[in-house]
Design a protein around this ligand. Structure first.
Ligand code: FPP
Length: 250
């Protein structure tokens, strides 16, 4: 779809505020071409760059990407090492560009146990870009939704134990405030590539009313046209948030 047609198909007033993406299928993309899996991940980083640019152009406010899950540690050590070094390279090479493009980087997931240099890079990216306002890029790294909810519950339990909160005071709204990026809106649209149709422990709490779009392409093939296509599909959905009347997003 061209930029001109997007202007008609997705007017600014109906762009989802928060789009979250499960970037799946790097390995299968590579295997289909007789390439090593790592080549799929490398091409996945290129797709990520395209997507950040497109999201910013389209006017999306928050883009969350699932870049390494709590469960990905169980992959072969060489692949885990490659994913870690791709993250390092992504931040070292792209951080200045992201900053110039007014992208604010946020990171969700468990920081404890990460290599100290990775933890430092993540912090540097967040601190450098803290004031940027064009697009918030949320990098879910060493992230699992159940772990995030459990961490929030631990912090809430500590508040109750300290007498600062009553057990009855632990409502969904209160627990939600202890999640990793509770100041950001919930995703309006969650996209998963590769044809798999599940959430795989991604944003389980925040996805309560998200529209889910599953695309039959591998992540390295993802581009602006694919993002626009998913947004067109999102606009066809009627979001009711548990009520009866159609409402627009968040
Ligand atoms: C899924 O493909 C993708 C991942 C596990 C990681 C996503 C990583 C990138 C796009 C590149 C790294 C980017 C950063 C910022 C670290 P898969 O390996 O599960 O593919 P498969 O299901 O076909 O095997």
């Amino acid at each position: 779809m061209s930029e001109a047609s997007l202007a008609i198909a997705v007017p600014p007033f109906d762009v989802p505020r928060h789009v979250a993406i499960i970037m799946d299928g790097n390995g299968r993309w590579a295997a289909a071409r007789g390439l090593p899996r790592v080549e799929g991940h490398r091409r996945g980083v290129e797709a990520l760059r395209r997507t950040v640019r497109a999201a910013s152009d389209i006017g999306i406010s928050v883009l969350t990407i699932f870049s390494f899950s709590s469960e990905n540690w169980s992959r072969p050590p060489a692949e885990v090492r490659e994913l870690m070094s791709l993250l390092r390279r992504f931040i070292r090479h792209d951080l200045a560009d992201l900053h110039r493009s007014h992208v604010r980087v946020r990171v969700i997931g468990e920081r404890e146990g990460l290599d100290p240099d990775i933890a430092a890079l993540l912090l540097e990216a967040e601190e450098l870009t803290r004031e940027n306002e064009r697009l918030t890029l949320v990098v879910a790294f060493n992230y699992g939704a159940r772990q995030e909810i459990a961490r929030a519950a631990q912090r809430v339990a500590a508040e109750v134990a300290a007498g600062r909160l009553t057990a009855q005071g632990v409502t969904a709204e209160v627990l939600g405030r202890y999640l990793d990026a509770s100041d950001l809106p919930d995703p309006d649209l969650i996209i998963r590539t590769s044809g798999e149709q599940r959430l795989s422990n991604f944003l389980l709490w925040q996805a309560a009313y998200s529209e889910l779009v599953f695309l039959p392409i591998y992540w390295p093939e993802f581009d602006r046209a694919a993002l626009e296509g998913a947004i067109v599909e999102y606009r066809r959905r009627e979001r009711r948030f548990g009520g009866l009347a159609a409402k627009t997003g968040s």
